[in-house]
Design a protein around this ligand. Structure first.
Ligand code: 6R9
Length: 650
């Protein structure tokens, strides 16, 4: 296979995105899972039946006859079908002769490795399902899982699915209050947690947090404790031992429960960068088929691949593309206890070489942090196994996009920027790597079958090149249950499928070629004078400056003033001079109206566990409002310093 690059460099005249475009190299396009240039037209003409392509990736216990059911205004994908999700992610691969293929390869914080073949996974899932059943878990129950990326987490998720119970994964770093809120709101009487885990080299206790959450929940909670720090953790009166239960039920056979396609598979709370956590419920048939199809079409994952999704499972990305999508395809999914930018052996490159990773999916935030630490020389770690790179979670600026492609993709692997949300279940806007040219800075067109538009406050489409809110005009199988029953936003209608729409909370602009550039969340928009600016527009200009690692811009109170928080490479950058360059660049390239009144240099920006910059917290700090619970952050330790620097500079 030759690695000749067919990349083209042509201007598309798009007003906001970068102007360079890159086609897939021929070695990629020749073998890609989806390479049909007419796929979007075909899907548009044949909607909703086009989605049999996703439904048919699964095994059904009762075949669906209708692709999209619209009874009484409620939309149900594959509505009359029944299926077993854990069979689809586990047993069927064993039955198909792939029992010895690795399903999950786990790499612990200190570099230890553990591999589960599909047969091992089936045995583990059955034992844990039998154990949970013995504790009273049954169809429709909600089991809260408060654990980091350890193998017990995906095993227990699949064990819940096997029993028809819903899992409710809560990010392991959350506080007792956050955990209690999520348990109470989800009506969950079961908790599987761990004694602790390792984070950046140190042991973090988890038991006390879980205990205090239980005290706050007004229910009799049945608890199970995984020993991660100790083999035999103290159980007290409140916990059963995961290890002992698993041993007791080893060898148990548990037939998976068949569920209606529209039955819930799990609940998950959204990341909450803008406010209160919100419960999202996903369906069994629609979600799982959409996870499988987008993992195939956008991430180009194949059964024989080793695939690394560097997300915490507590984030929707870890659910869809760390667990359900790759396992539905029968792939090897790598599960790292530590985030990609905090690997034990130093660089994520080491893992890519050692595990021979084919497809790598991570967040722009993690990439910026890797970039800040500097890439190892090209000959130190072999990265030639990489076939495709993906990003998710925040807009990726062209400069980081190019760095990613050059350093990890040998300057030619396709890089897909994927926009989606907890609510969408899977990728909704992205280029198909063998079909659409990539355009750094723009996520791309809607996934085939999804019709995306940019609308104004009244829900009317705006002209290409104008800013508005991203909206999806047609239902798709991965949408959450709330969207299936209501649609959302201006013009959402129950009766008429064409009136259905989902108006997201993201600002966007669409170019004449249909490519969408995301400009940041609505709630983060800078309102200055008469105009509104998406945070991403300003941040992109600043991040292109030499020496800048990360930037977040926020509005200061109601003063019409803007603050830019910037982290930089201090070895080569003079912070005072950088502040001047930031202000001049923004004024020149965007508008003097949005020139930052304050440029505050900080060591690092505060980020959620899913890598999203917490602009709301920065706005609170710079406006003197104080800030609340920081347990949703992956780096809560930086907040004190950010506050000090902000005050000192006043
Ligand atoms: C998957 C996930 C959703 C919000 C979304 C948007 C931001 C995600 C993005 C992106 C620009 C991308 N977002 N992907 N913004 N480009 N490729 O992140 O789900 O945690 O619910 O967050 O993330 O603002 O609305 P979730």
């Amino acid at each position: 296979m030759s690695r000749g690059n067919q990349g083209v460099d042509e201007s598309d005249g798009s007003p906001t995105a970068g102007t360079d475009r890159y086609g897939p190299p021929c070695w990629f396009a020749d073998t890609a899972n989806v390479a049909d240039a007419g796929i979007r037209d075909r899907f548009a003409e044949d909607w909703p039946d086009c989605w049999t392509v996703a439904g048919d990736m699964l095994d059904w216990d009762r075949e669906y006859e209708t692709v999209l059911n619209r009874d009484e205004g409620h939309l149900a994908w594959f509505g009359d079908g029944r299926l077993k999700p854990s069979h689809n992610c586990v047993d069927r691969h064993v039955a198909a002769g792939r029992k010895n293929a690795i399903a999950i390869r786990w790499i612990g914080a200190d570099g230890e490795r553990e591999s589960l073949t599909y047969l091992d996974l089936q045995h583990e899932v059955e034992a844990v399902a039998a154990a949970l059943r013995s504790l009273g878990v049954g169809p429709g129950d909600v089991v809260t899982l408060f654990m980091p990326n350890v193998p017990e987490l995906p095993v227990t998720m699949l064990a819940c699915a096997r029993l028809g119970a819903l899992h409710n994964v809560v990010y392991a770093g959350f506080s007792a209050d956050e955990l209690a809120d999520r348990m109470a709101s989800a009506d969950s009487d079961f908790l599987v947690t761990c004694d602790g885990y390792y984070r950046r080299g140190s042991a973090v206790g988890q038991r006390n947090t879980a205990d205090s959450a239980r005290l706050q929940v007004d229910a009799d909670v049945t608890g199970v404790l995984v020993g991660r720090l100790a083999d035999d953790p103290d159980l007290g009166r409140d916990y059963h031992s995961y290890g002992a239960l698993r041993d007791e039920f080893a060898g148990a056979e548990v037939d998976p429960v068949a569920r209606d396609a529209a039955d819930p598979l799990f609940v998950l709370y959204t990341s909450g960068t803008t406010g209160e956590p919100d419960r999202v419920t996903h369906t069994t048939g629609g979600y799982l088929s959409y996870a499988a199809w987008t993992a195939t079409a956008v991430l180009d994952i194949r059964p024989e691949d080793t695939y690394w999704c560097a997300a915490d499972i507590g984030w929707i990305t870890g659910h869809t593309y760390g667990v359900y999508g790759p396992l539905a395809l029968g792939t090897t999914t790598l599960l790292h206890e530590s985030p990609a930018d905090h690997q034990a052996g130093g660089h994520p490159w080491a893992s890519i070489e050692r595990e021979s990773v084919d497809v790598f999916y991570t967040s722009p935030t993690a990439l910026r942090s890797m970039r800040q630490r500097g890439a190892p020389p090209a000959d130190e770690y072999d990265r030639s196994s990489i076939r495709l790179l993906g990003t998710v979670g925040e807009p990726i600026d062209p400069s980081t996009w190019h760095w990613y492609r050059d350093e990890l993709g040998g300057g030619e692997a396709p890089v897909v920027d994927t926009w989606w949300q907890t609510e969408t279940g899977g990728i909704a806007v992205a280029t198909l790597p063998a079909v659409d040219p990539m355009q750094p800075g723009a996520a791309g067109p809607g996934v085939p079958g999804l019709s995306v538009d940019v609308v104004d406050d009244d829900g009317a489409p705006v002209a290409d090149g104008e800013e508005g809110t991203l909206a999806v005009q047609r239902p798709w199988p991965g949408m959450c249950r709330r969207l299936a029953s209501e649609g959302h936003g201006a013009g959402a209608g129950r009766d008429h499928p064409d009136a259905w729409r989902y108006v997201t909370s993201d600002r966007a602009v669409r170019g004449p070629d249909g490519y969408v550039t995301l400009l940041g969340r609505d709630a983060d928009t800078l309102d200055v004078g008469q105009a509104a600016y998406g945070t991403a527009v300003v941040e992109r200009v600043v991040s292109a400056l030499d020496g800048v690692t990360e930037v977040a811009v926020v509005a200061i109170s109601e003063d019409d003033e803007v603050a830019a928080y910037v982290s930089c490479d201090r070895s080569s950058t003079d912070p005072d001079a950088l502040a001047g360059r930031v202000r001049a660049r923004v004024a020149r390239e965007i508008s003097p109206a949005v020139r930052p009144n304050r440029v505050i240099i900080v060591p690092e920006l505060p980020k959620t566990h899913s890598g999203k910059v917490m602009r709301r917290l920065l706005a609170d700090v710079v406006s003197g409002r104080g800030y609340g619970d920081t347990s949703a952050l992956r780096n809560p330790e930086v907040v004190g310093e950010i506050e000090t620097v902000t005050r000192r500079q006043e």
